[in-house]
Design a protein around this ligand. Sequence first.
Ligand SMILES: Nc1ncnc2c1ncn2[C@@H]1O[C@H](COP(=O)(O)OP(=O)(O)OP(=O)(O)O)[C@@H](O)[C@H]1O
Length: 256
Amino acid sequence: MAQITIDSVAKVFETARKRTVALDQTSLTIDHHETVCVVGPSGCGKTTMLNLIAGFLRPTAGTITLDGRTVGGPAADRAVVFQSDAVFPWLTVADNVGFGPRMQGMARAVRAERIARFLDLVGLSDFAKAYPKELSGGMRKRVDLARAYASGPDVLLLDEPFGALDLFTKESMWTALKRVADAEPKTIVFVTHDIEEALFLGDRVIVMTPRPARVHGIVDVPFGPDRDLDLRADPGFQALRMTIAHSLREVHDDAS
Ligand SMILES: Nc1ncnc2c1ncn2[C@@H]1O[C@H](COP(=O)(O)OP(=O)(O)OP(=O)(O)O)[C@@H](O)[C@H]1O
């Protein structure tokens, strides 16, 4: 099981010059093996929320639990993928993917099997022996994904992972992520600015308010698991895209 509960969470950043309330009374439950995509105005607190779930930050008030256990810090049950690559340039693709399993003390044969499985799922089997500098940005992102999955987390936290990629590379990453996620279901929290990305990948799309980020609205995505890129032409998809865009405009206008 991997259910995340964010219960009345606040996060205040205090520096000598400034006090920023990033989250206040924020509550959300993310179900086991659900993919939730989070959209919201820039600077509202989405990354902060993700960092709290990851355990990189502690809430100022409220609690975050994973299956009823309070999140007290980072742990192997949660993997994070950021917009910037986190690959080690001095390791081959295979060794990058096998890094987490090696740290966890997995036997060599089990590790090799995991590396092969996830490289295959992200479409990088032919590049196992390559070094990151020999790869395109999209391919490095695939390594990031394979690496996150190979450690065997229950929860995957993605912070605008494809934000820096061009549209076609992004589309191929959506397909790659869906393929891995279908093969090895996880509870996924995906922060993005891209409404189509959110609708294509999410079971639900959460629209946050401007800072402090709270849940403004929740859109249930009615499309089944078999989604292909042409789904975006579907009138139902476009209608939901407009609903989310309006919702974002609403919170943006309220804030200005
Ligand atoms: N470590 C920190 N110290 C002080 N303030 C911080 C810190 N981290 C984030 N903040 C502030 O908290 C607020 C929320 O930031 P956060 O990065 O969570 O927003 P976001 O919704 O992810 O933004 P974007 O969509 O632009 O990536 C911002 O005002 C930011 O300046």
